[in-house]
Design a protein around this ligand. Structure first.
Ligand code: UT7
Length: 332
């Protein structure tokens, strides 16, 4: 379904978030639970280095799109929209259900959408949701689409090497989604997206499928220290870019919602931006690093617990494999 831009319309079309939703599978798995499962680690080490206290792990057979489905149902309910009103699905994931069809197409089927709207996946690892939101915003502002679901959903537990304590304790599974609609009121104010492929080796899953076999490694590998340094630098830079583009400064931000990878990265970013830590939404303690799902998960939690209110100015930020990074500044 391709809608033509309304040529008679003179007012600017904005893109606004009208509903949020999230979903975490099963019961939380604590740091001590990981120890009992045979991982040579401690609650003290994980909490001190990362702030993570628990993660959720999807049961065998549960896929990324199953988690996305629950998050999207909640987001649609919050927006007061029916699934069939959605004419665009942008789905950020690095752990898709299959090589193809896209997880977006599978999600469209699971939501029962039969209107022929567009649906596609975005691959920008932990920056995926920021990329997805920016892409969907451009579709909506062009007038071609009116009601989008932007989702980040991951089953990272499937690509973790459980023998590698340096990475397996950090990640978890989950999904978060927003409904993004055409509006006369400003919503997304500015966005900025970046990538630098010369850093692709510091965080990757360098496996390939060929002739029915996996070649290379199907497990996540990471140079943690290099990622840490890079993340703090670019998160502060990209925040500055969107604030400048919107003619705002740090004082205008009600809530900073960065990619939830590590509490120390979040704290360092707030410090660089000279932003009080109590303006940073933190949910990494509850679900670990859920890659593309982390920003919409944190957003939804803070909307539902009443911290984020209509009219608030939010700065969303992502950083991850690729290397990719970016930010979206918006009025909620
Ligand atoms: O979306 C982006 C995703 N990535 C990130 O956000 C990660 C960014 N990086 C980090 O957060 C940190 O680099 C880590 C938390 C991953 C690691 O912290 P670190 O301070 O860089 O630790 P390290 O890798 O240098 O390891 C220090 C020690 C080592 O022991 P020795 O060699 O000093 O005796 C590790 O073997 O900690 C040990 N260690 C652990 N100990 C207990 C590594 N993993 C664990 C563990 N439990 N799970």
């Amino acid at each position: 379904m391709q809608m033509k831009p309304d040529q008679t319309q003179h007012s600017v079309i904005h893109a606004r978030i009208t509903g949020t939703g999230s979903y975490l599978p099963g019961a939380p798995v604590s740091n001590d639970d990981l120890r009992t499962r045979g991982i040579d680690t401690s609650d003290e080490w994980i909490v001190e280095r990362t702030g993570i206290r628990a993660r959720h792990l999807a049961s065998e057979g549960v896929t990324s799109s199953d988690l996305a489905l629950e998050a999207c149902r909640r987001a649609l309910e919050a927006a007061g929209r029916l699934a069939d009103e959605v004419d665009l699905i942008v789905y950020a994931t690095s752990t898709p259900d299959f090589i193809f069809p896209s997880s977006a197409a599978i999600l469209q089927r699971k939501l029962g959408i039969r209107n022929g709207g567009a649906a596609f996946d975005v691959q920008a690892v932990c920056t995926g949701f920021i990329y997805g939101l920016t892409v969907a915003e451009k579709f909506i502002r062009s007038g071609s689409h009116k009601c989008a679901l932007v989702v980040g959903a991951e089953v990272f537990s499937r690509i973790l090497n459980w023998e590698d304590r340096g990475t397996c304790v950090l990640f978890g599974d989950g999904a978060g989604a927003v409904v993004l609609e055409a509006s006369e009121q400003p919503g997304i104010l500015a966005s900025s997206l970046h990538a630098d492929g010369s850093y692709s080796d510091i965080l990757s899953v360098p496996g390939q499928i060929s002739q029915g076999l996996v070649t290379g490694s199907p497990f996540l590998q990471m140079d943690g220290k290099a990622v840490f340094k890079f993340a703090v630098k670019v998160l502060a830079e990209t925040a500055g870019e969107v604030l400048e583009a919107a003619g705002m400064n740090t004082l205008d931000i009600d809530w900073l919602i960065p990619h939830q990878a590590n509490i120390r990265i979040l704290q360092a970013t707030a410090k660089k931006l000279e932003l009080s830590e109590d303006k940073v939404i933190v949910s990494v303690d509850r679900h670990g690093n859920t890659s593309a799902a982390s920003v919409p998960l944190a957003l939804d939690m803070a909307v539902r617990d009443g911290r984020i209110k209509p009219g608030h100015t939010l700065l969303l930020e992502g950083v991850g494999g690729g290397f990719t990074w970016g930010a979206v500044l918006l009025k909620f």
